[in-house]
Design a protein around this ligand. Structure first.
Ligand code: NDP
Length: 248
């Protein structure tokens, strides 16, 4: 059947990679999906694939903009009951040579943006839970949140913070019926890191990617996200680590 029929989803970072695959998957499963990201043309072509996808251009680091996005979702779709905070940026540099603006970009996007995404939809999720329906807040972390990779200190720190913050939110929101979880992927073949500027960082990432045979695809991670949201209402798959077998 269609496991997400009747659900109203929001996916941030839906212009590429895991977010785009998740929007596609949830829409194919019957949900209506607000797809959020900055690259408008990408969102438009994604929405052309499935009439259940609504393109919503926006930047997760803009708090007022995110409030307007929530208003738009309410007007066009209704109250969200499945929020996937996926938007993220990964920049790498040796710590001793790193740039404070790059740190801020990662912290603003991966951490503050993720938190605020949940915050602007929390009343929706609480309302769904109060009606006895599934209410999911999914945070995309990373194995970088519990392993360490040289030159990724601040990126990995944002992901570690996501894990710990998610545990806090679970304690606050679980008793009110909201299922808060992290999905923590290993290496996934996406555009992540394509915008790194530190000399040699893109080559180092390409080398890391080559070292892992059969990396995950964005679709693999989307499947896991969709599956976790389809669990029975009283079940929360709280922390999911998903890695390519060869990554060990
Ligand atoms: P992509 O680069 O393909 O996707 C990142 C998405 O985030 C894009 O849609 C981008 O859209 C969006 N985004 C970035 N900044 C903003 C912003 N300020 N506001 C709104 N959207 C934003 O990479 P992935 O699919 O790999 O990344 C998705 C998530 O998965 C990230 O959180 C990443 O950290 C995590 N992850 C990825 C792994 C991998 O190996 N690829 C491993 C572990 C975790 P746009 O630029 O159009 O705004």
């Amino acid at each position: 059947g269609m496991p997400a029929t009747g659900r109203i989803a929001v996916v941030t970072g839906a212009t590429s990679g895991i977010g785009a695959a998740t929007a596609r998957r949830l829409a194919a499963d019957g949900a209506v999906v607000a797809a959020v990201g900055r690259r408008e043309a990408r969102l438009r072509s994604l929405a052309d694939e499935n009439e259940r996808i609504l393109p919503v251009t926006g930047d997760v680091t803009d708090p007022d903009g995110m409030r307007r996005i929530a208003d738009q979702v309410h007007e066009r779709l209704g109250r969200a009951d499945l929020v996937v905070a996926n938007a993220g940026t990964m920049l790498a540099a040796p710590w001793a040579a790193a740039d404070v603006d790059e740190w801020r970009r990662m912290i603003d996007t991966n951490l503050v943006g993720l938190l605020w995404t949940g915050r602007v939809f929390i009343d929706d999720l609480l309302a769904a839970a109060a009606e006895g329906r599934r209410a999911d807040l999914v945070h995309i972390g990373s194995v970088g949140g519990h392993q360490v990779f040289p030159n990724f200190a601040v990126y990995d720190a944002t992901k570690a913070a996501i894990e710990h913050l998610t545990r806090h939110l679970r304690v606050e929101l679980g008793p009110r019926g909201v299922r808060v979880r992290t999905v923590e992927p290993g290496l996934v073949q996406t555009e992540l890191g394509d915008d790194m500027v530190f000399p040699g960082s893109r080559e180092a990432l390409a080398e890391l990617r080559r070292s892992v045979a059969n990396p995950l695809s964005d679709v693999d991670v989307a499947e896991v996200i969709a599956w976790s949201a389809s669990a029975p209402p009283h079940v929360n798959v709280a922390e999911l680590v998903v890695v390519p077998v060869s990554q060990g």
